[in-house]
Design a protein. Structure first.
Length: 118
């Protein structure tokens, strides 16, 4: 793997602290700086992934419980398609079971103190 050279300026005080940290960790200055850079890159990647996930979930915050359960059930129905059931009646029966379970779950959630946002 090729390496690029980067030059940066730091205060003498920070350089002394950096040298002590390198001695403590048993690393060269370059190794420690590479570790720090990699850590920041990983942290930034994770932050970006979290933000993307948050953006995908924003529409769910406006759903009421019934709608949310419906969408979960629809996702399960999609999984039925992926399961590769060949018999159309089997697919239909499983989809109906999922829909029934989702309706019962929504009813149970709402009857146990949940409120539905209109």
């Amino acid at each position: 793997m090729g390496m690029a050279t980067i030059t940066c300026k730091i205060s003498y005080e920070d350089r002394e602290k950096l040298n002590r940290l390198c001695d403590t960790k048993g690393l060269t200055t370059s190794e420690l700086i590479r570790e720090c850079i990699r850590g920041e890159i990983k942290k930034n990647d994770l932050s970006r992934q979290i933000e993307e996930l948050r953006q995908m979930l924003i529409p769910l915050t406006s759903l009421n419980i019934s709608q949310l359960v419906y969408h979960v059930a629809r996702g399960s129905i999609g999984a039925v398609e992926l399961a590769g059931l060949q018999n159309p009646d089997s697919k239909k029966n499983l989809n109906n079971e999922i829909r029934t379970i989702a309706e019962k779950l929504a009813h149970k959630i709402l009857s146990n103190g949940g409120t539905e946002n209109e």
